[in-house]
Ligand binder design. Structure first.
Ligand code: ADP
Length: 374
């Protein structure tokens, strides 16, 4: 894919990005991005995911060039860019509020990034036509943004970010203003465009489902720090601390202290007095506090003795969801303990208010570093 001479990025689809010891403070005191180190591969779709205020947008703005880094360096295709102004970085951008020029037609909006790059009239026409086809709006060039629906406007915004064939596209909550159905449709469209073009995408969202659906890798942010960077599957199956376990997917938490470590496993003395075995994933040693993480689909109600762990539980609520039953229980002080029970005829029928037991394999119960949302 060709890029203009003004662009920093190399003449190849997709750019590499590197954040090296990047910090950001707006007021000279508090670091809102603490020590960001992140390598993004050519053509990768990477998502910065985290709660509001965790530093995602600030990190993206530093990459775009709209905010200077307080410390550290950012590289685009191996070249340092801290001193390169935004319009010379050759980066496409899409934000939540479309930011289309209201007085221009759709075609004029798309032509704009090409005009400022000095493209010829015939090349502009051809690229605008292709960009409109890509987002499935071939007939909409003559309309003004106000004559389009929210979803159509956002498609035009995506087309405008891609029309000058950048190697890197930044998207900050681009689907946040759309309703659920349109959002899901656009997730797939953006994903397909990414696959077809081979462009590198850095995407910001606070929506974990969106992050898991679209990304090659997800960087989970909390309080200006990447808590874990991995594939969606790995983040779900192998969270390294209780923040990530809580933020990705559904999670049951139990708190206690490590009383014994035995190879890969540990014994945890819960704050409510019970003792359980868990996988020693990220524990500081005997005596350290830990938060246990249990996925609802890995817990059994009335487990057989072979599971090794069994705790008393009180059934609080049962919700029938067709293929499974979602049971809410009180377990070791956690009143919101969720278990998903497959819908089988032969299951013992539970009743609300009844006392039962829950259990799990030690390997499905992860003893983690107890990090909470900042
Ligand atoms: P996120 O994108 O994860 O919601 P942000 O990067 O927007 O987080 O914000 C991180 C922190 O920096 C927040 O505490 C926010 O209030 C603060 N912040 C963001 N932009 C500015 C700004 N322009 N001036 C001062 N503080 C800011």
């Amino acid at each position: 894919m060709a890029t203009s001479n003004h662009d920093v990025a190399a003449d190849e689809a997709g750019a590499t990005v590197k954040f090296e010891n990047v910090q950001k403070s707006y007021d000279g005191e508090t670091l809102v991005v603490k020590d960001l180190n992140l390598d993004i591969a050519r053509g990768e779709f990477i998502t910065m995911l985290g709660p509001s205020g965790s530093g995602k947008t600030t990190s993206l703005m530093m990459l775009a060039g709209f905010e200077p880094a307080t410390h550290g360096e950012i590289y685009l295709d191996g070249a340092p860019i801290n001193n390169v102004p935004p319009h010379k970085r050759g980066i496409g951008m899409v934000f939540q509020n479309y930011a289309l020029f209201p007085h221009m037609t759709v075609a004029e909006n798309l032509a704009y990034p090409l005009k400022v790059r000095g493209k010829s009239r015939s090349e502009i026409d051809e690229r605008v036509r292709r960009a409109l086809a890509m987002v499935e709006l071939p007939e909409f060039g003559a309309r003004r943004p106000a004559q389009l629906s929210g979803g159509q406007q956002q498609r035009v915004a995506v087309a405008r970010a891609l029309v000058f064939e950048p190697n890197l596209v930044l998207m900050d909550e681009p689907l946040g203003a759309l309703d659920k159905q349109l959002r899901e449709q656009m997730q797939f469209e953006i994903k397909h465009i990414h696959e077809n073009l081979g462009v590198t995408v850095v995407y910001v969202t606070h929506d974990q489902t969106e992050a898991l659906t679209m990304s090659d890798r997800v960087a989970v942010f909390n309080d200006g720090v990447i808590q874990q960077l991995s594939t969606p599957e790995d983040l779900y199956e192998h969270p390294m601390n209780s923040f990530v376990a809580q933020f990705i997917g559904e999670n049951n938490k139990l708190s206690g202290k490590v009383s014994e470590i035995d190879g890969d496993e540990c014994v945890v003395h819960l704050d409510t007095g019970e003792t359980v075995r868990a996988a020693a994933i990220n524990v500081d040693g005997v005596g350290a506090r830990t938060t246990l993480s249990l996925r609802p689909e890995r817990v059994e109600i009335q487990p057989g003795p072979e599971l090794g762990n069994s705790l008393e539980a009180r059934v609080r609520e049962m919700i029938f969801l067709g293929d499974h039953i979602r049971v809410r229980l009180a377990v070791a002080g956690n009143e919101e303990f969720i278990v998903k029970v497959p819908n089988k005829h032969d299951e013992h029928e539970l009743k609300e208010g009844e006392t039962t037991t829950v259990g799990w394999h030690a390997s499905d119960c992860r003893a983690l570093d107890p990090i909470e949302v900042a």
